[in-house]
Every structure is written in C-alpha cells, then in structure tokens.
Design a protein around this ligand. Structure first.
Ligand SMILES: [Zn+2]
Length: 322
C-alpha cells in the first residue's frame, strides 16, 4: 500500500462514529466535534451466512461503545457503509454476495442494540461522496469514482446528487464489454469485471501462461518488461475499461473520472493509456479529466462519516439550503 496522509478533517459538527463493512474486514473511526478522524481500527467481518447481518450489528454496536470511550463523549450518530446492493434512505441491505444477506432492515436491527441515529451508506457511493467532497474530485458536480479491485463498480454523481437507482446504480462491472467473452460471477459472459478487474487480470494471465503470479501488479510489471502475454492481457483490460467508461461518459458527461481501488495503485501506468483510449473513443462530447483517488482504501469510511454528519445536519435543519 502506498503511504497516505492522515484522514481529512470533516470540519466542526457533531461527534460521530463511522464503520465500513467489507467482505473480510470491518473498519471503524470516530470523528470528534472539531472534525478530526481517529486512525482507523480493523476487526474481522463475520463469516458469510444467514446470521451475518445480526453479527455485523453486534460487532458494530461493541465498536460504537469502544469509540465513545475514545471520544470521551457520546457520539451523536453512527454512519455505516455496507457492501452489495443498498438503499440508503430505507437503511436497507438488499443483497450482499460476500456476506450472504438479503433484505435486512438495518435501522430496525440497530434499534434493538443502540440508542443512536443510524445513517446507512453504500460502500462505493460512500467512497464516491468522499472523493467528490474531500478528495480527488473535490468541487466536481458530475463525477464517476470507479473502484477497480476484486470487482468493478462506480459511484454516479450527477449535478451534485448521488444516483442510487434502487440500489443498483453504478454496477458497471456487469456491463458487457466483450460479447461472448470471459465468464462472470453474475452468470453472464464478457462483463467488464470479468475482463478488467485486478482479479480478472491475474486470473487471465495465469490461465494463458500456466504461471502463478501474486496479482495484477505483477502482470503489469511483466508487461512493462516485454512479456507478450502480460501485454495482451493488460491491453485488453485497458480496452475494456475504456469502452465501458466511454458509454458512461457519453451518458452523464462527468467533469472528472476518479480511478480508485487496488488497480489504481498502478498510477500513470493505468491513467495514461486509459486517457489515450478515451481520447480516441469519445469524439462527440468533452473528455473528462482522469485522476487517481486520493483517499485510498479509507474513502468508504470517510463517506460513512459524512453520511452520519449529513443525517444530523438534516435533523438540525430539515430544509437545508445547499
Ligand atoms: Zn457480470
């Protein structure tokens, strides 16, 4: 991991606790009244299965109590970012493939364990909100924050508003970019994620060469050294990313596209060839700036904290002017 600066300040407001629930790890931070975020702590996520949502609520509740001691004051809200399909305003976890829950009402679940307002966020949209308000896309009103890791998904912000699409907005990883191509976990073939995720790049290289590699980073290094199979896998991934992005760009005309997730650590080795492909694919409208995320793997956690602060601000001022 690239070393990163401390988490950004959220400014003055209520003290809150923020949690980001991942497939394997739950991260927690607390935000003091002056907006300082404490260094994140990590605990293991519960195993997948029918009890996983209750376990997440139990672990999160214990974390909130621990963070309250750290804060030295009771937090005014909990912001929690969840994976999978999430409808934020109903606090609904519709579906998580990693943790195997379906239709969980997290507000009702937390009401049984915690006497605190809850703001539910979606991990990718939370990261998108964090990057557009405090990170690489700061100030942009229309933006995509594309996370390329094990899977691929994007936040879709249009004219200052995050689009939710009943929980399914931004699942560009399952848009077909190579008809009849690589099989995908969703059952389709040729999905962007099956072609160009960090995991797909590793898997495709190993299949085509019979050689085990540590990950997409090693495939990029082999491509840079002239390995023709690595070059072919890498370039076809870039082609697929550019094609998928070009459609999203044509549709919403973002000011900026932020590249996040594990693959974005490749830096210019990803940004430059992708920008070149977009220049040649997007001829009719403006080509957005392409930049790397700045909040890194903590963007979802920062977004969860923003969601908690936003929920409290809406309570304080039910008709905000912004
Ligand atoms: Zn798919």
């Amino acid at each position: 991991m690239t070393p990163r600066d401390a988490l950004p300040s959220l400014g003055d407001g209520h003290p809150v606790v923020a949690i980001d629930v991942g497939g394997t790890t739950m991260k927690v931070t607390s935000v003091s009244a002056d907006g300082t975020m404490s260094p994140p702590r990590r605990v293991p996520s519960p195993p997948p299965g029918p009890g996983s949502a209750d376990e997440v609520v139990r672990i999160a509740t214990a974390l909130v109590h621990e963070e309250a001691e750290r804060l030295g004051a009771p937090p005014a809200a909990l912001g929690i970012a969840l994976p999978g399909v999430v409808v934020e305003d109903q606090a609904l976890g519709v579906y998580s493939e990693n943790l195997e829950w379906r239709d969980v009402d997290f507000r009702a679940a937390f009401a049984r364990t915690l006497d605190l307002p809850i703001a539910v966020a979606h991990d990718v949209r939370a990261a998108g909100a964090a990057e557009t308000r405090l990170g690489a896309a700061r100030g942009a009103s229309t933006a995509l924050v594309l996370a390329i890791g094990t899977g691929i998904a994007t936040s879709v912000q249009v004219d200052g508003r995050l689009h939710v699409g009943r929980g399914y907005a931004g699942e560009i990883g399952h848009a077909v970019v190579v008809p009849g191509g690589e099989p995908c976990v969703c059952g389709n073939r040729g999905c962007l994620e099956a072609t160009a995720s960090a995991e797909a790049i590793r898997r495709r290289y190993e299949r085509d060469t019979g050689t085990e590699v540590s990950g997409s980073k090693e495939v990029f290094a082999r491509a840079a050294a002239g390995d023709p199979v690595a070059v072919a896998v890498r370039d076809s991934a870039f082609d697929a990313l550019a094609l998928g992005l070009s459609h999203a760009i044509t549709l919403i005309v973002p000011d900026v596209v932020v590249l996040a997730g594990g693959l974005s650590e490749a830096g210019d080795a990803l940004v430059v060839p992708l920008a070149q492909r977009l220049e040649s694919l997007v001829r009719y409208g403006p080509v957005p700036r392409l930049v790397r995320a700045t909040l890194g793997e903590d963007a979802g956690l920062v977004g969860a904290a923003l969601a908690a602060r936003d929920a409290l601000a809406a309570q304080d001022d039910p008709q905000p002017s912004r």
